[in-house]
Design a protein around this ligand. Structure first.
Ligand code: SAH
Ligand code: SF4
Ligand code: F3S
Length: 440
């Protein structure tokens, strides 16, 4: 038998790309590839890319440039670009960087094995179609290898919302939900391989409407089905849109014990004028009322969000409305970005905000969000939480895991194994994590 070929995958962007990279590694595993942690000994390098902001897309070209030397030393090395830059820029990538052998869009990963074979024969291959078939069904080369305690599971892909700033509807295509029975089979398989916590993924995960035994199912119905899977202890989902937060999902946060008290619910901005121009189809007020209802169902839920500052025509007063909304919600975590012009999106045509002004706003927003994050984390001290242990800590006898609220927790003198859950009393709050002790 010949030595296995080595595959190096570098993943950028969102969790969906993380999930896709695993699937690509499995698909190429069927072609005799094993993964390597370094590009230096790889026979194939795949960059799984993100197009969401300009900087993210530019990173890909500078990264590709760095492989020039490697490719000169090793002419058989194949270099591929996958993900959202592949989808958005296709041919352009090969023109700009001739060392690229293969370009594959997010909906064509099941065709990777054939594409790899063609690339081996010296062809340049490109596939950025949106085929009808379910790529995940065809990506089933999975070895029954053991896995860590947490996993992502894509249940829904694509987006029909067309927020005025966003490339996702173009790079990932129209919204598609996977049928429930496939998701349940995959979840069962993950649990058999050691997974205890599953995060359901979708660009608009709460718009899930996959086929079930009795017609289309909501995300809450899918969660209740997953709740029945023995050995699965925790369920999370991301990312949600405020307008798809249905009553049964809100209710599940209060009644489903496996559903964790954490919700990522991006609002983007606090000014109704800006929200309207963003095509978000919700107001600041409707978002705040929604948060109220969610907290009524699950008072201790940790709310997380995404924000964009410096969206075209955002004034200081508009920005102030974002700060006011943040003050009112009190976020446990948040991601905030300076608006980045994306060619082809409607907002790219609008009058842009002065970049210095946008920088200044971003700093002010981040200062407020960091302060809130700190307060929420510090408020955990003295409380008892459940921790799922994910790895050994830096010190002997120390274990690290995540609380129900997704805070990293360090536990000293811990005799629990990876994958175990334990009740932990939080003793102190550090820079980016909590420290606690086992209760029994
Ligand atoms: N589907 C998710 C996430 C989309 S991308 C959702 O709807 O929330 C993740 C985040 O990136 C967005 O929530 C938004 O805050 C940010 N983002 C998207 N496009 C952007 C752009 N052009 N400039 C700056 N930030 C952007
Ligand atoms: Fe982008 Fe808006 Fe869709 Fe989220 S809901 S993926 S921000 S278009
Ligand atoms: Fe980026 Fe594509 Fe995800 S643009 S955020 S990798 S959907």
């Amino acid at each position: 038998m010949s030595a296995p070929k080595k595959l190096f995958i570098k993943t950028y962007g969102c969790q969906m790309n993380v999930y896709d990279s695993e699937r690509m590694a499995e698909a190429l595993g069927g072609e005799g590839y094993v993964e390597t942690k370094s590009p230096d000994d790889a026979d194939m390098i795949l960059l799984n890319t993100c197009h969401i902001r300009e900087k993210a897309a530019e990173k890909v070209y500078s990264e590709l440039g760095r492989f020039k030397g490697l490719k000169a030393e090793k002419p058989d090395l194949k270099i591929g670009v996958a993900g959202c830059v592949a989808q958005a820029e296709g041919q352009e990538i090969m023109r700009r960087q001739p060392l690229v052998d293969l370009v594959v869009g997010p909906q064509s990963y099941h065709r990777l094995p054939e594409m790899e074979a063609k690339a081996r024969e010296g062809e340049k291959v490109l596939d950025t179609d949106f085929p009808e078939e379910d790529k995940f069904e065809k990506l089933k080369n999975r070895p029954k290898a053991k896995r860590g305690p947490t996993a992502f599971l894509t249940v829904q892909e694509g987006c029909d919302k067309f927020c005025a700033f966003c490339v996702v509807p173009y790079t990932r295509g129209a919204e598609v939900s996977r049928p429930a029975d496939r998701i349940l089979r995959e979840a069962q398989d993950l649990v058999e391989r050691g997974v205890r916590e599953i995060t359901l993924l979708g660009q608009n995960v709460n718009a899930y409407h996959g086929a079930g035994a009795n017609g289309d199912m909501t995300l809450a119905q899918l969660i209740w089905e997953l709740d029945k899977v023995d050995g699965l202890e925790r369920i999370r989902f991301t990312t949600s849109h405020p307008n798809d937060m249905q009553d049964d999902l809100i209710e599940a946060h209060g009644t489903c014990a496996k559903l964790m008290p954490y919700l990522h619910l991006p609002v983007q901005a606090g000014s109704d004028k800006i929200l309207k121009r963003m095509n978000r189809a919700h107001t600041a007020e409707s978002y705040l009322r929604l948060i109220e209802r969610i907290r009524a169902a699950r008072p201790d839920i940790l709310i997380s969000g995404d924000f964009i500052v410096g969206f075209p025509e955002e004034t200081e007063a508009d920005f102030q409305a974002t700060l006011d909304l943040v003050e009112e919600v009190k976020y446990g975590t948040a991601y905030s970005f300076k608006y980045s012009t994306r060619p082809g999106t409607p907002a790219a045509e609008r009058p842009q905000v002065d970049p210095k002004e946008a920088d200044d706003r971003l700093q002010r927003l981040q200062a407020l969000l960091t302060k809130q994050q700190r307060e929420v984390q510090d408020s955990m001290v003295g409380r008892d939480v459940t921790v799922l242990f994910e790895k050994a800590g830096r010190f002997p006898g120390q274990m690290v895991g995540k609380s129900d609220y997704l805070h990293a927790v360090h536990v000293a003198d811990c005799d629990r194994a990876i994958g175990n859950l334990a009740r932990v009393r939080i003793l102190s709050s550090g820079a980016n994590s909590l420290a606690g002790a086992l209760i029994d």
